[in-house]
Design a protein around this ligand. Structure first.
Ligand code: ATP
Length: 547
């Protein structure tokens, strides 16, 4: 649908408020309208600056910063706003908080004693103790330390004329402090929906909650505009109204009934846990036959990677989004194999990287046994030992091109239990990088160094969620990654064994917001699949809606 702003959206676009908080339900057009507002702002500043200098020299062009949470949101923002932004797209930095922080640390880290910062993933942190590396969760606080340095702060404060913070309701204390300290004289456009605040119970999110919107309004000259509850995602408004009623725990509300009667909402309950992949695959196939793009939402990293492995076996083309650690680890493990084949690295490193990959494809505080076996800290079964030896000997006999193919096939050759899709995706990412390095450098040692640098950049991009995700008609993701996303149809997979936080009793004020987010992502249809006989209390009332 072409974007034609409504009256309320127009007020946002035309506003010049120093701090504007825009609130509205799912799909009411906050993100798209913010893009239009940024463009209008830049146009205005251009005009003012042109008039001010009136032919005497030129002032630097005004720029905008658009901060979000996940690379999937960044990709979607780009996708949805490119038309609205037009030629102004090149003057807007659209990035995630973590990518922003990482860039600051790369550029100025030396000022706070981080001259060459290395980023440690959670899986790496489970396996190795590393004192002077930066954990993912340390990135924002360290960036904030940098912003306290006057020269850095002054530089940042002069850089943007307007800053947008998407999903503002979920910003934590650190992110809010960062926004405040880089702002300078920039206008702030803060987009929020209190009903989509889903990070408040996450372990690393300090200070996430309703008070954030109050803090915005406490800023000098702040104004708030509320968009009317009209979804532009599903203009029939049937799905958003049902999602809102379910968030309020009104499962018998007319809006829910209307969604079921219209066929836009479909609920199936009591499905057998051991047939999950078959059922999901069948629903995906039916929706694809209708020509719909499909988002499959399941609970966490194990569930998503497990489901992905099974869809891969059933030859259902799809992509996983939002689980960059596993992809990065697969990329690094295959890279280590190439370096080993070229005699540039020890076999030890290959085993270490395989251990990181295995640890990153499962949840939990501790790494799985298999990871420790790969590190040589626990005895391994004879089959795995033999397969590893065969892989090592074969790599030693390979040329670089053959080694890349062997690395791509290593997941199967070793019989690794999880993360096959990530392994395949990593092989696809690696292939052009290897080709480019070999093309540019005749000397194999130089080609290897070029490749190592390219992979290191890619790793940072993936881990800070800034590298775009592959477009695909079927996308799998965790429930917490669904914010800001949309697809023609969505499949919500809920299992009896899922954990939805510490709330135990009605009215599930916080966890119901997660349900609202996941149920409001579809343009045309949402299929809810409840697996197992004993659903969690949060989702149990959905059983009554099953057809
Ligand atoms: N005035 C409009 N005319 C046509 N389409 C619109 C309009 N406003 C928004 N849309 C479309 O509606 C969809 C939802 O908009 P957008 O993502 O901006 O909403 P949002 O409020 O940010 O949603 P959410 O909070 O669920 O992430 C997008 O596909 C967008 O292009």
């Amino acid at each position: 649908m072409t974007y034609k702003p409504s009256e309320e959206q127009r007020k946002i676009i035309d506003s010049g408020d120093p701090v504007l908080l825009v609130c509205g339900g799912a799909g009411t057009g906050k993100t798209t309208t913010a893009a239009a507002a940024v463009r209008a702002h830049l146009e205005r500043v251009d005009r003012e600056r042109a008039a001010a200098v009136s032919g005497r020299g030129r002032l630097p062009v005004a720029r905008a910063l658009f901060l979000s949470f996940s690379r999937s949101s960044v990709a979607q923002i780009l996708d949805r706003t490119a038309d609205v932004l037009g030629p102004y797209l090149s003057r807007i930095e659209i990035t995630t908080f973590h990518a922003f922080a990482w860039r600051l640390l790369i550029r100025w880290g030396g000022v706070i004693g981080l001259a060459d910062p290395q980023m440690l993933t959670d899986a790496e942190a489970k396996l190795f103790r590393a004192e002077d590396t930066l954990r993912y969760r340390d990135m924002m606080p360290r960036a904030l330390d940098l912003c306290a340095v006057p020269a850095v702060r002054e530089h940042l404060q002069g850089r943007w004329s307007i800053i947008v913070s998407d999903e503002f309701q979920d910003t934590d204390d650190c992110q809010f402090d960062l926004l405040s300290s880089i702002r300078g004289a920039a206008r702030l456009l803060l987009l929020g929906d209190p009903n989509q605040c889903i990070y408040s119970d996450l372990p690393d999110a300090v200070g996430v909650g309703p008070q954030r919107l109050d803090a915005a309004m406490a800023m000098p000259a702040a104004r708030r505009i509320d968009l009317p509850d009209v979804s532009h995602r599903d203009p029939s408004n049937i799905l958003p109204a049902a999602a809102a009623a379910i968030r309020r725990r009104e499962f018998e509300h007319d809006a829910v009934r209307a969604a079921l009667d219209s066929g836009r909402l479909l609920v199936r309950a009591g499905l057998p846990l051991d047939r999950e992949a078959d059922v999901v695959a069948e629903v995906v196939q039916n929706l694809r036959e209708e020509g719909a793009t499909v988002g499959v939402f399941s609970h966490h990293v194990d569930a998503t990677t497990g489901l992905s492995d099974q869809l891969t076996q059933r030859v259902i083309d799809h992509e996983i989004v939002g689980l960059p650690e596993c992809l990065t680890a697969a990329l690094e493990a295959q890279h280590a194999m190439l370096r080993f084949a070229a005699r540039a690295e020890e076999w030890e490193l290959v085993r270490q990287q395989l251990a990181v990959f295995v640890a990153s494809s499962v949840r939990g505080k501790n790494a799985p046994d298999l990871a420790w076996m790969l590190l040589g800290r626990r005895a391994m079964p004879a089959t795995l030992d033999r397969r590893l030896t065969e892989l090592r000997d074969a790599l030693l006999a390979d040329q670089i091109g053959d080694a890349a193919q062997r690395a791509a096939a290593a997941h199967t050759a070793l019989g690794l239990p999880q993360g096959e899709k990530h392994w395949q995706n990593a092989a696809q990412l690696l292939e052009p990088l290897v080709a480019r390095a070999s093309r540019r450098h005749a000397d194999p040692a130089e080609a290897l160094e070029h490749l190592a640098a390219a992979i290191s950049d890619h790793r940072a991009g993936l881990l800070t969620h800034v590298v775009g995700e592959p477009a695909a008609s079927v996308q799998l993701m965790g429930l917490y990654q669904t914010k800001g996303r949309e697809a023609d149809a969505t499949i919500v997979v809920l299992r009896s064994s899922d954990f939805y936080g510490f709330e135990r009793y009605e009215p599930f004020v916080n966890s119901s917001k997660l349900l609202y987010v996941v149920l409001s992502r579809a343009r045309r249809r949402t299929v809810v699949l409840l697996f197992g006989d004993n659903p969690q209390p949060l989702v149990a009332p959905l059983i009554k809606l099953a057809s």
